[in-house]
Design a protein around this ligand. Structure first.
Ligand SMILES: [Zn+2]
Ligand SMILES: [Zn+2]
Length: 292
């Protein structure tokens, strides 16, 4: 609660960008709550106990290295390998907008968790910036998520052209100064009716992919500033995460088989479902792969 109060004060005195960084320390649960993060990627929330991402390496998160310093599974949010109501809270930060099936995505996080937090770029920001690999435009209107499936990488060529002409040069500074106005931050709780949302074009089926531009250039760019930032975040992670607790989590207690939903597993180089025999490979030391 301390952090949410601090954020309010900072916003009041117009230090929105500092409040914005602090939001990542705020998670409205007590210290015993079990927290899942989906789309945890290269910079998970400190409070997350179990991490879930669909990829080891992907452009969807600009090739940021997957952090797996806690129990970690590789899985699609639309098909999570966890039992019902396993978690007290689920964090989904900048991941819903990548989904091709938002309905399944939102059903799954509500199946496995009692409450949660969703953060995405606001539809207006998305309309202008047209981020690669974003498939949804999302806004929150009267505490309801309004979701539109993008029917192409660029929604409006003319708006995009005008934006790139002049405004795009100063735009990042404006977003950094007023981040709360350009993002959706949505808290939900099943006791209060769960996630309220509507999809404006539910029947649309995706038939496009983002252009493959600047792929290698971005991947190989070594940037001193970003190295320092990730070192700093690494240190913060050591300090603020529940490292000791996370080390002792037996993740198999929370898992179920994606094929038969059985929760009986055996470790034998891989994770093997004792009911149907399906095998889930282990990547590295601790990442269980549920994506194939
Ligand atoms: Zn994104
Ligand atoms: Zn099975």
């Amino acid at each position: 609660m301390l952090y949410s109060k601090l954020m309010k004060v900072l916003i009041k005195i117009k230090l929105d960008s500092i409040a914005w960084s602090i939001r990542r320390l705020y998670c409205p649960v007590d210290k015993n709550a079990l927290v899942l993060e989906v789309g945890s990627g290269g910079n998970p929330y400190f409070r997350s106990n179990i991490l879930c991402d669909a990829y080891i390496d992907t452009r969807e998160r600009h090739f940021a290295k997957l952090i797996h310093d806690r129990p970690t599974v590789l899985a699609y949010v639309e098909d999570l390998p966890f039992k019902d109501n396993t978690f007290d809270f689920v964090i989904a930060c900048h991941v819903l907008e990548h989904s091709k099936d938002p309905e399944k995505f939102l059903n799954e996080i509500q199946r496995v968790s009692k409450a949660g937090y969703i953060e995405v770029p606001d539809a207006f920001l998305e309309r202008l910036t047209c981020y690669l690999d974003h498939r949804l435009e999302i806004s929150d209107i009267n505490n309801e998520l309004v979701i539109t499936k993008k029917t192409g990488y660029v929604h409006d060529e003319n708006v995009r052209e005008l934006f790139l002409n002049k405004v795009s040069m100063v735009f990042p500074q404006i977003v950094r100064k007023y981040p709360f106005s350009f993002h959706v931050r949505y808290y939900w709780n099943k006791n209060e009716g769960g996630i309220k949302y509507k999809i404006t074009n539910p029947d649309y089926k995706f038939n496009w992919d983002s252009p493959q531009i600047h792929k290698e250039a971005k991947k190989n760019k070594i940037n001193i500033r970003s190295s320092l930032t990730s070192m700093f975040i690494f240190l913060l992670r050591q300090f603020f995460s529940q490292n000791k607790r996370n080390r002792h989590i037996d993740i198999t207690r929370y898992l179920h088989c994606l094929s038969c939903k059985s929760d009986k597993f055996e470790w034998n180089m891989e994770l093997i479902c004792l009911n149907c025999g399906k095998k889930y490979p282990i990547i590295g030391e601790n990442i269980i792969n549920f994506t194939n």
